[in-house]
Design a protein. Structure first.
Length: 195
């Protein structure tokens, strides 16, 4: 079973004041933390979609072992990054786990739980925290064309998930980390490690 990882890290971080990929939490850039989390969760290969400040991120971040994917259309929203990332993945991958760069408290155990759900037959596995759906999200290979087609602007895969509830398996990841996202420097300062 081959499960790839896909990290969406192309945004400009307008509310943050710069690309969140370059923000530092607990001594590491968010882009490094998230790529390492996918890898530690068993994803291989890990593809990282960059857009805004891509060259600076590549220069500053240690993304050893990851495949960097450029998204020239990053300003149009997360949907274009999801499409670019899915197109970049090896066709031999059975599934992909998609994560966002601005959620540094998500743990590798969440990725492992999604992979386990896939091994048990889930086509789409969505991490939940206190019964609320969040990230990461696993998509079986056969869903990629539909997910790509439905991904527009900042909606990402939301429309596909809404239109195909019968394909979704929810996986409790409450004990594995926190889905809190970082939108501002104050959000980052307020973060406390999960547990």
């Amino acid at each position: 079973m081959s499960v790839a990882g896909l990290l969406l890290a192309a945004g400009a971080g307008r509310r943050y004041g710069g690309p969140k990929a370059l923000a530092v939490y607990d001594g590491r850039l968010l882009v490094e933390r998230a790529a390492a989390m996918l890898s530690a969760g068993g994803c291989t290969p890990v593809h990282v979609v960059l857009g805004a400040a891509a060259r600076e991120i590549e220069d500053r971040a240690d993304l050893t072992g990851a495949v960097v994917v450029g998204n020239a259309d990053w300003a149009s929203g997360m949907g274009s990054s999801l499409r670019a990332g899915l197109r970049s993945l090896p066709q031999t991958a059975d599934a992909v786990v998609v994560a966002l760069v601005d959620q540094p408290l998500i743990g590798a155990e969440a990725v492992r739980r999604l992979r386990s759900a896939f091994a048990r037959g889930a086509r789409i596995a969505v991490a939940t925290y206190d019964d609320r759906p969040g990230h990461p999200v696993l998509f079986a290979h056969e869903t990629w064309p539909g997910v790509s087609e439905a991904a527009h602007q900042d909606a990402g895969a939301r429309a596909y998930l809404r239109d195909h509830p019968e394909e979704v398996t929810y996986v409790d990841c409450t004990s594995t980390g926190s889905p809190v996202d970082v939108d501002t420097p104050a959000d980052l300062t307020a973060l406390r490690p999960h547990g």
